[in-house]
Design a protein around this ligand. Structure first.
Ligand SMILES: Nc1ncnc2c1ncn2[C@@H]1O[C@H](COP(=O)(O)OP(=O)(O)OP(=O)(O)O)[C@@H](O)[C@H]1O
Ligand SMILES: [Mg+2]
Length: 391
């Protein structure tokens, strides 16, 4: 029996197809199933081919191919798409990866790069690693009332809106969480039920126990209704929940409580990005400094931590450069101060974009979600392709 992985090659230029075929001959475990000079036939076959690698040149008609890639990822989740293009601008790379391609290679294709990417894909397929690896983003501060929940909620809403991918929003303030209130939701199941049953829930069942926000791709896990129940939830259960969610979601946004305990640390450990939230006043900056010391002790890479200044006003007494010097971390993002809109959103139980999409905070959240998603995409690309694209 032929156990080779099928490769579908879609490229208008015959010469270019021949080069790729010659390279593929040197890759063990793959075989060319079909080659196409037109997109329609190529994507049609790919949509019914199950597990396969689709190598497609996007140079000629990028917008059309991006749409084709999106459609293919919906009809065949097991298609691993590698996009080729004569242009390697960061904008194009991000667009195509956001559409669902796993990798990007610029043309002319360099053999060593091609072989490395193919071998990474094959090893991922063999180890059954999910290709759309989920990213966990946490909002954290050891100070209360600083904007952690506002940021987690609005960012999660915008990520779902921007990417259209599944986003989970998890409330880890197990005693007095606000996430459900901020979105005016009354989830029938909360963290305690999910924690108790996580080992017995199928992916489908887990999704059904979560509450979908309106008609979006955002799903919420709220804090337990009953405070007593929160004490029974263990760090191991939190790990199990996050592991299970990673198989279903593209992004998990966690609103982490201010308490530093084993549950918080589990969630922080699991996070790909920690948004360390500060506001511009001395006590908050001191607390932020302490958080950085904690992260240092926990051995976190500097890249994992992104310092976010909330309620920012131009002409603050304390300058950004001074904060950066004290905290020893660059400021990654600033969210403007807009108490009226933020409060109105909380009181109505909606994200800020529903209060006024043109307000400075709503626009800022949209840009923030885009920056984070672009950053995570380029990180993934740099890891896969072993090279540097910077956002
Ligand atoms: N950008 C902003 N501009 C003005 N006010 C803001 C902004 N972001 C949040 N706030 C306000 O700050 C207050 C605290 O916000 P939030 O509940 O999100 O903080 P938190 O850190 O989650 O608090 P807790 O520690 O109690 O969970 C709220 O009244 C909210 O409206
Ligand atoms: Mg909160």
């Amino acid at each position: 029996m032929d156990n080779n992985l099928n490769v579908l090659l879609i490229d208008r230029e015959e010469n270019s197809r021949n080069v790729i075929k010659a390279y593929l001959n040197e890759v063990e475990g793959v075989g060319i199933a079909a080659e196409f000079s037109d997109y329609e036939s190529g994507f049609n076959l790919a949509s019914t081919s199950g597990k396969c690698i689709v190598i497609v040149d996007i140079s000629d008609n990028m917008d059309r191919v991006v749409t084709d890639i999106k459609t293919l990822k919906t009809s065949n989740k097991e298609a691993y798409i590698v996009a080729l293009s004569g242009s390697n601008s960061a904008d194009i790379i991000i667009k195509v990866l956001r559409a669902g391609a796993r990798d990007f290679i610029s043309k002319p294709v360099i053999k060593s790069e091609f072989l490395e990417i193919l071998s990474n894909i094959i090893s991922d397929i063999k180890s059954d690693k999910s290709q759309d690896s989920c990213k966990i983003i946490s909002t954290f501060s050891n100070k209360g009332g600083i904007g952690k929940t506002s940021i987690a909620v609005n960012l999660a809403v915008e990520l779902a809106q921007l990417t259209k991918e599944k986003v989970a929003l998890v409330d880890l303030n197990l005693q007095l969480g606000d996430v459900a209130t901020f979105l005016d939701m009354t989830p029938p199941f909360a963290m305690d039920y999910i924690a108790d049953n996580i080992n017995n829930l199928s992916e489908d069942e887990l999704l059904k126990t979560m509450s979908r926000y309106k008609n979006t791709s955002l799903y919420v896990i709220a804090d337990p209704l009953n405070i007593d129940k929160s004490q029974d939830i263990t760090a191991q259960q939190i790990k199990n929940i996050l592991t299970a969610l990673k198989k279903i979601f593209s992004y998990i946004v966690i609103d982490i409580g201010t308490n530093i305990d084993s549950k918080t640390i589990s969630a922080l450990d699991y996070s790909d990005l920690i948004l360390l939230i500060a506001i511009v006043n001395l006590p908050a900056i001191r607390s932020t400094q302490r958080c950085m010391e904690l992260f240092d002790k926990l051995g976190y890479n500097a890249d994992k931590i992104k310092l976010v200044l909330n309620r920012y006003m131009e002409n603050e007494d304390i300058k950004t450069a001074d904060i950066e010097e004290v905290v020893k971390q660059k400021v990654y993002w600033k969210i403007p101060n807009n108490y009226l809109i933020m409060m109105s959103a909380i009181n109505k139980g909606v994200p800020v974009n529903e209060i006024n999409p043109d307000s400075n905070v709503a626009v800022n959240y949209k840009e923030f979600a885009s920056k984070i998603s672009d950053y995570l995409i380029t990180q993934k690309l740099n890891k896969n392709c072993n090279r540097e694209v910077r956002i």
